[in-house]
Design a protein around this ligand. Structure first.
Ligand SMILES: Cc1cc2nc3c(=O)[nH]c(=O)nc-3n(C[C@H](O)[C@H](O)[C@H](O)COP(=O)(O)OP(=O)(O)OC[C@H]3O[C@@H](n4cnc5c(N)ncnc54)[C@H](O)[C@@H]3O)c2cc1C
Length: 437
């Protein structure tokens, strides 16, 4: 495969669909979530956790292990939030590097960075004990430059990761990509051991089992309508009755709704989309990703991809900052995938789906408290590790008063923003201009 000629904009293609094609996450096909008996909500609890994704369930597991009476409520079924919909690419770090965090936030910034490193290790440990069927594998991560101009930034990042953070990291020039990513359109990349693959829904099911075993009660299909402050504690009004609780943790990330208006003004939900191909077979899979790396590119409209455990290519991206249908996004992703891997032309798509990523105005995650309610969210697309660990830290804070050093970082908002991101199409125009530079 020639590496020297980046493709022009991929032509528009309509994705060929496999028999049994469906618009639900691939992961749901082979995950069994614990069955939870329908039972009436108790009137009181030590802690109510709103949201049963990685954040909420990791928090519940930790809180219950400290003997707290914990109720987890979720508006949907287990796995319906982003935690059951993501690409299963685990990485450490936040979107700002350590130098930036130190300069801007001092000790709190350093603490946030360290938390993000601990978060990565936490997933490996937790998956091994609570979800061995989630097939966690330390595969490494390859970040590819879609423009020659992006190599400079990648080189800087590579040096920082290697020298300051002790990661095993190397820069690959274009000619060296063949053995790693036999695909078109990239000028080189940064390869780091700091990347892993996981089956996210099975990992989530493992966290659910762990929290239930530790003593938490999980109530799916229970929507919180509002949270009323009582001065000491809160009353949580849900679709199935009210619960009075000493503490409330809001862990709703990209699905935050009017029940949590304080968070809604600070979280920007952005749709991300994924397609999965039919199984490629060993030879073709090896021709796509010989080392089974997690891969992404340097676009703002980024693409990310990996092989699934059964040898499909999972290919995801943002496709647009304006909401689009799954069918439109699927065809755009297919075109982009064929632009990168022309050898896959004609391979059929078996699954296409979408989910909400929770972004923040400072591109940082936040674990903080306002009006007696604790909030953990804003992982900007890296919530497998960050969500699991922020949830755990939230549990420690609520149960034992262990306040994280970064919890008083300001959680910024935009004036007049109330949860409907009217500005995203404009941001999209700006980002696609940047992507061409
Ligand atoms: C397509 C896609 C691909 C992604 N890929 C990756 C990846 O490869 N690696 C990575 O690290 N991250 C990835 N992410 C991000 C990651 O999935 C999220 O950051 C993470 O799952 C967030 O977990 P959470 O528990 O905070 O929120 P969620 O898992 O989104 O859970 C929030 C829950 O809150 C519930 N909720 C909301 N409002 C209410 C209410 N009023 N009452 C009751 N319940 C409520 C929702 O029903 C939902 O279940 C991806 C996200 C998407 C959408």
């Amino acid at each position: 495969m020639s590496l020297s000629s980046p493709p022009g904009p991929p032509g528009k293609r309509v994705a060929p669909l496999a028999d049994g094609y469906r618009e639900t996450p691939l992961w749901w096909d082979d995950t069994t979530f614990p069955t939870v008996e329908e039972s009436p909500l108790p009137g009181t609890a030590d802690v109510v956790v709103v949201g049963a994704g990685f954040t909420g369930l990791a928090a519940a597991a930790r809180l219950a292990s400290h003997g707290k009476h914990v109720i987890v409520v979720d508006a949907g079924a287990l796995g319906e939030g982003a935690s059951g919909r993501n690409a299963g690419m685990v990485h450490a770090g936040v979107r700002r590097d350590l130098a930036f965090l130190e300069r801007k936030y001092g000790d709190a910034g350093r603490a946030l960075h360290h938390a993000s490193v601990e978060a990565y290790a936490f997933v490996a440990k937790t998956a091994a004990t609570a979800a061995p069927d989630a097939m966690y594998a330390q595969t490494g991560w390859l970040h590819l430059a879609h423009r020659r101009s992006r190599m400079k930034g990648l080189r800087r990042e590579e040096a920082e990761r290697r020298q300051r953070l002790g990661e095993s990291t190397v820069m690959l020039e274009q000619a060296a990509l063949e053995s790693e990513a036999p695909c078109r359109g990239f000028y080189g990349g940064m390869l780091t051991d700091n990347g892993a693959s996981i089956h996210p829904a099975r990992y989530l099911a493992g966290l659910a089992r762990l929290s239930i075993t530790n003593g938490a009660a999980v109530h799916p299909h229970t929507r919180v309508r509002s949270i009323e402050s009582l001065g000491t504690g809160s009353r949580v009004h849900t679709s199935h009755g009210d619960i009075t609780a000493g503490d409330v943790l809001v862990a709703t990330n990209g699905y935050t709704d009017a029940a949590a208006p304080w968070a809604r003004r600070r979280i920007i939900p952005i749709g991300s989309y994924i397609i999965a191909t039919e199984p490629l077979g060993d030879a073709r899979a090896a021709g796509v990703s010989p080392q089974h790396r997690m891969m992404s590119d340097t676009r703002n409209f980024l693409h990310y991809w990996r092989l699934s455990p059964d040898g499909r290519l999972l290919f995801g991206g943002r496709t647009s900052f304006a909401p689009v249908s799954v069918q439109t996004a699927r065809d755009r992703l297919y075109s982009a995938m064929i632009g990168i891997y022309p050898q896959l032309a004609g391979v059929r798509v078996s699954h296409a789906w979408t989910g909400n990523v929770g972004f923040t105005f400072d591109q940082l995650p936040h674990l903080t408290r306002s009006d007696g309610v604790t909030y953990a969210m804003g992982y900007c697309g890296s919530g497998i590790a960050l969500g699991s660990w922020m949830g755990t830290l939230a549990g420690e804070w609520i149960a034992r008063g262990a306040r994280p050093a970064f919890s008083d970082l300001r959680f910024p908002r935009l004036p007049f923003y109330r949860g409907h991101p009217w500005f995203l199409p404009l941001v999209g125009v700006y980002y696609s201009w940047l992507d061409r530079l």
